[in-house]
Design a protein around this ligand. Sequence first.
Ligand code: C2E
Ligand code: MG
Ligand code: MG
Length: 425
Amino acid sequence: LRELMYLSRHDELTGVDNRSGLSVSIDSLLGRKQSFMVAVVNIDHFRGINDRFGQEYGDQVLCAFARRLLSVVDEKDVVARLGADEFVVLIKAVNLQALESHALQLSRQLDKPLELEQFPLQLGASIGVAVYPGDGDSVNALLRSAHLALYQAKKSRNDWCLYREELEQAYSRRVQLEQRLRQALNLGQLTMVFQPQVDDARAVYGYEALVRWCDDELGQVGPDEFVGIAEASGLMPALGQFVMETSVREFSEFVGAQDERWQLAVNISVLQFLQPGFANDVFSVLSRYGLSPKQLMLEMTESLFISNFDDVLAVLNELRKQGVRVSMDDFGTGYSSLSLLRTLPLDELKIDKSFIDGLLDDHKAQNMVASIISIARSHQLELVAEGVETEGQYRALISMGCKLFQGYYFGRPAAFAVEAASRHE
Ligand code: C2E
Ligand code: MG
Ligand code: MG
């Protein structure tokens, strides 16, 4: 009987508590004066690990991760696994002042490489924290609060976040956006706008396609907000397809199919890139509208490369073999920029707008821009400065040796119909 009892409360794979074991522990703490903390811990990109190295290896990682968690907490505290790569740490006595240091400590310990049989593995983990009694007075309420905080933490990955009330509003907005976005995709309510890219003589050499969504009830929703939601809710394939197809079609109508001087830049999300057949889909859209692969620049952000590195590399090579070019967007904001340059076949860097913003009065931003320019040179990469808003920024960039630009100073994103009208003014 004892053994049965044990089995019913523990996770078979890792030996830590399971959900019912955790519930029993939390239940026993409810109703007391003492605060305690429930932290939901989720391994970043775990699916990538499973896909790439196989289930057996994935299991080893989970076991090692569970051991790591056990090593961080006190003996009286509890570690549980709720499913897949989702763990919970219950810290039984916390004083609210020390909360932050508990969470930080947890986060730091999880940052260290795990020792595995084959090779050590550096993982990231995101942590959502809820505290009794403020953030919930039952097992379910506490776990729900912790999950809302986890979602927030996941946005920046490898981070932790404490539950707070605004997360409720953020959550309902997300749910609402997801529903409306699904509808918008079905009803064709999304559109593309195009922002000119210019050279040092201010002549337009291409356009970046940017997606727009205006909802009847919610008004304009920015892509920064809904692209992430599309990724998290399985809508990205549909959104990505819409973006690629519509951009290429509208661009080719605007510039005329035979004119190969112009470039079209399209933003590609992590998930799109890893869809089976992505490269072929791109080629087939291009040929359908008579565009040369050389005219297409795919913009991607660094997050893409952190997991599934080899898969990404293979797709990149496939695309570039046909002449499609690849740009690293928001360059300088991620943490692995430099090492990626060594290993990835790229054609262009886009200096992030945040550095251009500070260009005229912030020495750090200035230095950053100068280094990025010299990095691009030494790697023989094209370089675009994005978010140029003033004459002053433009001049400063020119004098630093930058040759390609994009920003409100040269033109805002607009539908090609508007663009065409302004040409004939
Ligand atoms: P991004 O690719 O870095 O795009 C540049 C963003 O900066 C665009 O915002 C553009 O409108 C804005 N911008 C350009 N010049 C200026 C300027 O001078 N001043 C200011 N303040 N802003 C400027 P947008 O359209 O809101 O897009 C935001 C982000 O959403 C994009 O950043 C991109 O990461 C993502 N995104 C947009 N369209 C798509 C898409 O079709 N597919 C995917 N996967 N992501 C997209
Ligand atoms: Mg971009
Ligand atoms: Mg950017």
